[in-house]
Design a binder for this molecule. Structure first.
Ligand code: NAP
Length: 292
């Protein structure tokens, strides 16, 4: 069994991005610039955005953080998006989710120009992925495929079972793992209405859990030799930690790991790759790789 080290892989990719940025600058371009809109003071969102700003620094990008209180109106938020859409100094931007209940998340995502939608959430980018056209791919799915590739794991023709069908992980991941020239796997997606999930999981050569249910995947659900990717990151109370919580994956790591050929830990697996892929998408935006 080999542990897939997302932290080390992400660090190596960030170094490659930083090298590409040096080259861009040597060719006379400005630094790539990522902007982030953060609404409110949710602890998780604050941490994610902070980590994104730090990753920008590590990659040699400029970054901008635009903050709003959670009382911000939808009109104000949309006006900010319009100005970032028009700003030639910003290559890509994200609106950190979740948003307060009075804001229509779909309208916000649809307001972002697809050319600057480095999160890959805009329907145009989602649609381009679905029909195999180049575009921004949602960072977590892209990070998972990148991990598989970097570890030389052959996916072509394999049975891939994905637990979860969210718009940001499960659905784009199923497209990516199925897509010709990308995953090339045969994909099954399970969700809260799926029956006999354990039996479905046992068919998987590649099992990817993204449901946010700590310890859901147990040893009896895993085919010996399978590759197991754990996307779940749930904060569970832990009085022994300074933060008061620890991150728990969807997989019972201790009992599942001995069965696997490869497995990602939580933390240190998929998580670090997600931010890294956001950086890669921003570099692609700065280079106008997908849109002229
Ligand atoms: P989400 O929007 O809450 O979606 C969860 C999905 O899991 C839904 O499709 C739901 O089914 C399904 N589900 C929930 N309970 C289930 C059960 N008991 N059996 C079968 N299916 C079940 O979550 P998400 O945003 O995709 O995130 C999933 C997990 O990944 C969370 O722990 C999140 O924190 C983590 N995450 C990690 C990263 C990272 O970078 N590491 C990035 C994103 C998310 P229905 O559709 O039927 O409701």
């Amino acid at each position: 069994m080999q542990i897939i080290d997302g932290k080390a892989t992400a660090a190596a990719i960030k170094q490659e991005i930083a090298d590409s940025v040096k080259q861009l600058i040597a060719e006379g371009h400005r630094r790539p610039c990522l902007a982030a809109i953060l609404v409110g003071h949710d602890g998780g969102s604050e941490t994610y955005v902070h980590n994104k700003v730090m990753a920008c620094e590590a990659c040699g990008f400029d970054s901008r953080l635009i903050r709003f209180e959670d009382t911000v109106s939808q009109a104000e938020l949309l006006a900010c998006i319009d100005s970032l859409n028009a700003d030639d100094g910003v290559d890509g931007f994200i609106v950190q989710l979740p948003l307060p209940a009075h804001i229509d998340k779909t309208r916000v995502i649809e307001a972002i120009r697809p050319e600057k939608d480095v999160d890959g959430f805009h329907p145009v980018n989602v649609g381009r992925l679905a029909i195999g056209l180049p575009g921004f791919i949602s960072a977590t799915p892209l990070g998972i495929l990148t991990l598989l590739r970097r570890y030389g794991i052959d996916t072509k023709g394999k049975e891939c079972v994905i637990l979860g069908r969210s718009n940001i992980v499960g659905k784009p991941l199923s497209q990516l793992m199925m897509q010709k020239g990308y995953g090339d796997t045969t994909v099954t997606v399970c969700h809260s209405h799926s029956s006999d999930i354990a039996a479905t999981c046992r068919r998987a050569d590649i099992l990817i859990a993204a449901i946010g249910r700590p310890g859901f995947v147990t040893a009896d659900m895993v085919k010996p030799g399978a590759v197991v990717i754990d996307v779940g990151t749930t904060r569970v109370p832990d009085a022994g930690r300074k933060s008061g919580f620890r991150l728990s994956g969807d997989v019972c790591f201790d009992e599942v790991a001995p069965l696997c050929s490869y497995i990602t830990p939580v933390p240190g697996g998929v998580g670090p790759m997600t931010i890294c892929m956001l950086m890669l998408n921003t570099l692609a935006a700065a280079r106008h790789e997908y849109y002229d």
